[in-house]
Design a protein around this ligand. Structure first.
Ligand code: ZN
Length: 276
């Protein structure tokens, strides 16, 4: 069994605020250690279950957050931002996936740092189904026949995935009280429970998923019409409403690549227009 562990940061226990996940801040320097500790707990659980290979994909922001020096010595590490498969780079060579430290989609009430890929995005849908980052990453994994065995994060994410990704186990590491406030579970319990949940998830992963039906229509609604003017210049991408673009991809992996490009261009537009 080859296990991919994609690690985001907003859903790590103890993270509550945007500055907590922003490189350069004092809080970030501390909490990236917790991110690495949670990753190590999941790596240990996967090996407890007999995994032959564990690859950890650093999947937050510029994707250079995990401390390699402190990562379980047995794990491979994918880091750096040039990633055609974005958060789940490595899925093509894996048999099951774990999403660690993930967060709820944009618009989720009372959920720590809930957003979808970028602050520029209000809503994302694939195949007519609204998706957050967990569901998008799961769709890319499904393209390669890789099931998502476990997702960790706050209670808002767990409630959502009970409906949208019911085959994955979920583990709640903190209870969100607001967008930037949470009650974290005790540190020792969090690490022990992640290890146990990863062991159970890898020992009995969900069945191999079918790839999302092809072709894959995608719609992205942005927060401001100025964000989409350049996005709509990307070949195959068309403007459908003042702040919404649509395109169709032959499969979920390519859809994820175009979504990544749209996000980059929208963020560049936001910065260059000094709108944010
Ligand atoms: Zn993140």
């Amino acid at each position: 069994m080859r296990v991919l562990i994609a690690v985001d940061m907003e859903g790590i226990a103890g993270v509550v605020d945007a500055t907590d996940v922003m490189p350069g801040t004092e809080a970030y320097g501390r909490l990236r250690r917790r991110m690495t500790a949670e990753a190590n707990a999941a790596v240990a659980g996967a090996f407890d279950a007999g995994a032959a290979q564990v690859t950890v994909a650093d999947s937050h922001d510029r994707m250079r957050n995990l401390l390699y020096e402190e990562l379980d010595e047995r794990a491979h590490l994918i880091s750096g931002p040039v990633r055609p498969l974005d958060m789940v780079q490595g899925a093509a060579d894996s048999d099951c996936a774990i999403f660690l430290g993930f967060h709820a989609p944009a618009g989720t009430p009372r959920s720590v740092l809930a957003h979808t890929l970028s602050v520029t995005i209000r809503r994302l849908s694939l195949g007519g189904v609204e998706m957050g980052e967990s569901e998008l990453a799961a769709a890319v994994c499904a393209h390669f026949g890789v099931p998502v065995a476990l997702v960790t994060g706050d209670d808002g994410l767990a409630r959502r995935l009970a409906g949208s990704l019911p085959t994955a186990r979920t583990l709640v590491v903190k209870e969100s009280l607001a967008y930037a406030t949470a009650r974290a579970r005790p540190r020792a319990a969090v690490l022990a429970e992640i290890r146990a949940a990863a062991r159970e998830a890898v020992a009995e992963p969900p069945p191999r998923p079918a790839p999302p039906p092809a072709p894959v229509p995608v719609e992205i609604e942005f927060l401001h019409p100025a964000f989409v003017e350049m996005v709509a210049c990307i070949p195959t991408v068309t403007l459908t409403e003042p702040a919404t673009v649509a395109f169709t991809s032959p499969d979920a992996a390519q859809a994820a690549r175009v979504i990544g490009l749209c996000t980059l261009v929208a963020e560049e537009s936001m910065h260059s227009a000094h709108l944010w």
